[in-house]
Design a protein around this ligand. Structure first.
Ligand code: DON
Length: 304
C-alpha cells in the first residue's frame, strides 16, 4: 500500500528548504500582503481517508479555482446551451489575454480563462435572484462546511484595480455576450474569486469531480457526465498557457488560482490540494506545481 503520509511529509520537508518560492501576485493589492513561506498539502480519497501536511488548514484566497464551481452551477442549470456562449478549447494564452476575444468575436475560448468565467458569471446573474448567496450555498454544500465565505476586502481591491477584467467585460458586452450590466457581472466575479478556503475544504469540495458527481455526504451534486466534462476542461484549460506543462509534469486534471492554490484529482481515486502563495511567471503556484510533480512521480498516480 502507498504510504501517502510519508510521501507528503518528505515532499513538504524538501520544498521548505527551497530558496526560490516564486513571487506573490501583486496586481491584486490585497494578495500582495500574503506570507509566501506558507506551504500546505491535503489529500483525501473517495473512500474517506485523508492526509495533511503544513498549512493545509489555513484559509487563503481561492481566486480562479472558483471558476470550476461557477462552471459546475451554470452547466447544471443551462446544460449544453452554455457552449453557445463559451467554447471548450485550450487558449495557449495568459488567463487575462484580451486580443483573442476580439478576434473570435466575443466567444471566450473556455470557461476557465477570465473572459469565459465572466460569461459564466453573467449566466448565473440571469438565472438567480441572489447569485452570491446561491454560490455560497453551492460551495458550502459541496464542502459540507458553512464557515466558507467571501473576503469583501479582496473583492473591493479587485473592483478598484481590475482594469483588464473591465476591458474584457466591456468587450464581451460590445459583442452581445453579456446580458447583465458590466459592473454587476464583475461585482459577482470578483466576489467568487475572493472566496477563502483551506486546502482541506477545497479537497472536500472537489470530491464529486473525483467521484462521478457524488459528494462526500453521498448526495448527487453533479451528474457523472458533468463531472467528466468539467474534468476534461480542467485538464486542457485549468492552467492557461501552462496547461500542457501541467499535464506533462503532473498528469492530472486540476485548477490553479493566483492566491497560490492548486487542486488536482485522479478520477475514482483522490483529490490533492496544495497551497504556496509564490507564483511562477505564468501565474501558477511555483512550489505547488513542484509538489504535485513529485507526488505523481513518487506514487505513479496519474491519468496517463
Ligand atoms: O481575475 C483575476 O485576475 C483574478 N481574480 C483571478 C486570476 C487567477 O486566479 C488566475 N489564476 N491563475
Amino acid at each position: 500500500m502507498t504510504d501517502y503520509q510519508n510521501i507528503l511529509d518528505s515532499i513538504y520537508k524538501e520544498l521548505l528548504t527551497r530558496e526560490d518560492k516564486g513571487e506573490v501576485a501583486n496586481y491584486i493589492p490585497e494578495l500582495a500582503k500574503v506570507d509566501k513561506t506558507k506551504l500546505g498539502i491535503y489529500l483525501n480519497n473517495i473512500h474517506g481517508k485523508n492526509y495533511s501536511v503544513g498549512d493545509a488548514k489555513i484559509k487563503f484566497s481561492i481566486q480562479s479555482i472558483s471558476k470550476v464551481f461557477t462552471l459546475a452551477m451554470a452547466f447544471a442549470n443551462q446544460g449544453n446551451k452554455l457552449w453557445s456562449r463559451v467554447d471548450v478549447e485550450p487558449s495557449g494564452n495568459p488567463f487575462n489575454y484580451l486580443a483573442l476575444l476580439e478576434q473570435e468575436e466575443g466567444i471566450p475560448r473556455n470557461p476557465l480563462i477570465n473572459s469565459g468565467a465572466i460569461v459564466v458569471a453573467d449566466c448565473l446573474l440571469s438565472t438567480y435572484e441572489n447569485p452570491k448567496a446561491e454560490l455560497l450555498n453551492f460551495v458550502r454544500n459541496l464542502a459540507n462546511d458553512d464557515s466558507i465565505d467571501f473576503n469583501p476586502q479582496v473583492a473591493a481591491s479587485e473592483m478598484k484595480t481590475g482594469f483588464t477584467n473591465f476591458a474584457i467585460a466591456n468587450l464581451l458586452k460590445s459583442f452581445g455576450n453579456l446580458e447583465n450590466p458590466v459592473e454587476d457581472v464583475l461585482d459577482f466575479y470578483f466576489h467568487q474569486c475572493s472566496l477563502e478556503m483551506t486546502c482541506e475544504q477545497l479537497s472536500n469540495a472537489f470530491f464529486p469531480f473525483a467521484n462521478k458527481g457524488v459528494c462526500m455526504q453521498n448526495n448527487d451534486c453533479l451528474t457523472a457526465t458533468q463531472a467528466k466534462r468539467i474534468n476534461a476542461i480542467m485538464l486542457t484549460c485549468g492552467f492557461y498557457d501552462e496547461a500542457g506543462e501541467f499535464a506533462f509534469e503532473v498528469g492530472l486534471p486540476g485548477k490553479s488560482g493566483v492566491g497560490g492554490g492548486i487542486v488536482a484529482l485522479l478520477p475514482d481515486n483522490f483529490i490533492i490540494t496544495t497551497w504556496s502563495p509564490g507564483l511562477n511567471e505564468k501565474g501558477n503556484s511555483y512550489l505547488g506545481m513542484l509538489a504535485l510533480e513529485k507526488f505523481t512521480t513518487a506514487t505513479k498516480a496519474s491519468i496517463f
